[in-house]
Structures are given as C-alpha cells and as structure tokens.
Design a protein around this ligand. Structure first.
Ligand SMILES: NC(=O)c1ccc[n+]([C@@H]2O[C@H](COP(=O)([O-])OP(=O)(O)OC[C@H]3O[C@@H](n4cnc5c(N)ncnc54)[C@H](OP(=O)(O)O)[C@@H]3O)[C@@H](O)[C@H]2O)c1
Length: 283
C-alpha cells in the first residue's frame, strides 16, 4: 500500500491534504529547519498561527525547500487581540507579510472568545469573508467553535466555514462538535491529535500498536484519518516527523477503532482550554 496523503474536499470547492505539519510551540529559530524537514519527507500542508510567533520562519522554510508556493497548503489564524474588523484587516496583512506570500490557503479565527468583544465574532467572520472575496484567503474557517457558535454563523453570515479546527484525540473525542460539522459540510481539523504525547503510553493504544506492528503515534493518527478528520501533528524530532507521515499504508479494523474511541474521558480529557470560557488575549 503506497503512503499517499489523501485530499479532503472543502465546501468551497478547494481541497486540503488530510495530513499536515503543526508548528505550535516550535521556537522561531527551529521552525524553518523543522518545516524544511517535513517538506522533504513529503508533507505539503503547514498549520501555523500569528499567535505561534513563527509565521516568518514558516515562510522561510517553504521558500528554502525549492517547492513552488502552490504546492504547499498554508494555514494561519487570526490572533485573539484582533477580532475587530479594522484590526483583523491589519493583522491579516501582517500575516501575509510575515509569510512573504500573496495568499494563504486557509485563514481561521483562532478562538471564538464569546465573553469578549460583546460576544461578537460575527463581524470578525464577515471580515474573513472579505479576505476570501479578494482572493487573499483561498478558504476561510474557524477554530475552537462550539455548536452554538457555528449555529450563530449559520444564521447571521453568508459563508459556511470551510473547516472547524478543534481539540480532538482519544481522551477527548469531541463528538458533538464533530457531528455538527459532519452534518453541515464542515470538516473537522483535530488539534493536539496525540494529546501532546499523553495518549501514547495508554495500555489500549500500546496493545493495538503491538498488534498492528506500528508505533502508538501512528496508531492514534491513523484512528483520526479513518474517522475522516484532518490532522497536523507537531514534532521537532526528525525521526518522529517521518514516523507521523507513514500512516497511509496500514489500516485499523473496526474493533481497534472502537477501542480507541472508547478511551474518551469527556470534558476532563481536554489538554487545552474550554472555548466557552477561554478569553486569553496575548499582551
Ligand atoms: N487551533 C488551536 O487552538 C490549536 C491548539 C493547539 C494545537 N493546534 C495545532 O495542532 C498542532 C498539533 O498539536 P500540538 O502541537 O499541540 O500537539 P501534538 O501534535 O498532539 O503533540 C506534539 C507533542 O508530541 C510529541 N510527538 C510528536 N510526534 C511524536 C511521536 N511520533 N512519538 C512520540 N512523541 C511525539 C512532540 O515532541 P517533539 O516535538 O519533541 O518530537 C510534542 O511534544 C499544533 O502544532 C498546531 O498547529 C491548534
């Protein structure tokens, strides 16, 4: 079985590689090299954010790879301090300038911040609609949106988000939000797909890994892709960057899939904050 990364179709006619490379918590000084390594291995999708402070180095890594800009799917995200339309416009320009590109493939509202900005994320979303209309964001989407937030966009906005990027891994399967996405044409992007490493020594995961002759990380990433979600594990370890890419040349049977889904702990299983109350604005 060849290890080929499938494309997922988005509701706006574009496609996204189902596996990408995440760069959260990669130091700027290490980012270009890590991105270069990922591209060399075959990743063609990079997930960054203004908040990560490494957009410039992501751009540098892509340019140094010698690949054409059109060959790499690049996502970035609007930082929490810039939800007001005029700030969002300036922040988006800074993102493009840092990446040294004319467009991003996907631009997301990073967090809904329902307790900030008088609860208004709709005007922010409509500003992203402008970026898509003028071609500087090929696709636009959201991150950390809960079902009521998505329902509100459906009622008040014109464009359906192309993706919703949310925390999903075996300890927090986030089924309700995923189910809303599935029935409304919004693919789920699963962030912290291996729970920042926390699920890798789970006895069930280790047992399945032994059965299929793969590593725990490969098994968990394979579980995500068989559920249809998009993933972008982060690593600065060359061997792991390669390991995480080799997940399309084996399958998990229904029993293994169900055993992994059964590890869900609900709300206590989160590694990150609950989007209903998260209100962090970087200084
Ligand atoms: N939208 C959001 O709010 C949001 C929030 C969090 C994350 N994200 C996105 O999702 C991406 C992934 O999430 P994440 O970075 O939080 O966590 P993650 O990908 O679940 O886990 C990364 C951690 O696991 C380790 N690791 C990676 N591959 C491994 C392997 N094969 N075996 C053992 N350990 C391994 C890494 O260590 P080393 O680096 O030392 O190898 C790192 O400590 C982020 O980079 C970012 O793009 C988005």
């Amino acid at each position: 079985m060849a290890n080929t990364v499938p494309d997922i179709s988005l509701n706006d006619g574009n496609t996204i590689p189902q596996l990408g490379f995440g760069v959260f918590q990669i130091e700027p000084k290490d980012t270009a090299e890590a991105v270069g390594r990922a591209l060399e291995i075959g990743y063609r999708h990079i997930d960054t954010a203004e908040m990560y402070g490494n957009e410039a180095e992501v751009g540098e890594g892509i340019r140094a790879s010698g690949l054409d800009r059109s060959e790499v799917f690049v996502t970035s995200k609007l930082n929490n301090g810039f939800h007001r339309p005029e700030d969002a416009r300036r922040a988006f320009e800074s993102t493009l300038a840092a990446l040294k590109t004319d467009y991003v493939d996907l631009f997301l509202i990073h967090w809904p911040l329902p307790t900030r900005y008088d609860g208004d994320f709709v005007s922010t979303w409509k500003t992203l609609e402008e970026f898509q209309r003028d071609g500087r964001a090929r696709s636009i989407g959201v991150s950390n949106f809960q079902v009521p937030h998505l329902e509100r966009l459906a009622a008040e906005a014109d464009v359906v988000p192309a993706v919703n990027q949310i925390e999903v891994h075996p300890y927090f399967t986030n089924e309700q939000v995923r189910a809303y996405g599935n029935t409304h044409g919004i693919p789920t992007e699963a962030w912290s797909p291996i729970a920042q490493g926390r699920v890798l020594d789970d006895p069930t995961v280790v047992d399945i890994a032994e059965q299929v002759g793969r590593t725990p990380a490969q098994v968990v990433l394979r579980w995500h892709v068989q559920r249809g979600d998009i993933v972008f594990p982060k690593s600065t370890t060359p061997k792991r960057i390669e390991e995480n890419f080799r997940i399309f040349d084996f399958t998990l049977d229904d029993t293994a899939m169900e055993r992994i889904s059964g590890l869900d702990k609900g709300e206590p299983g989160r590694t990150g904050p609950n989007p209903d109350v998260f209100d962090y604005i970087p200084a």
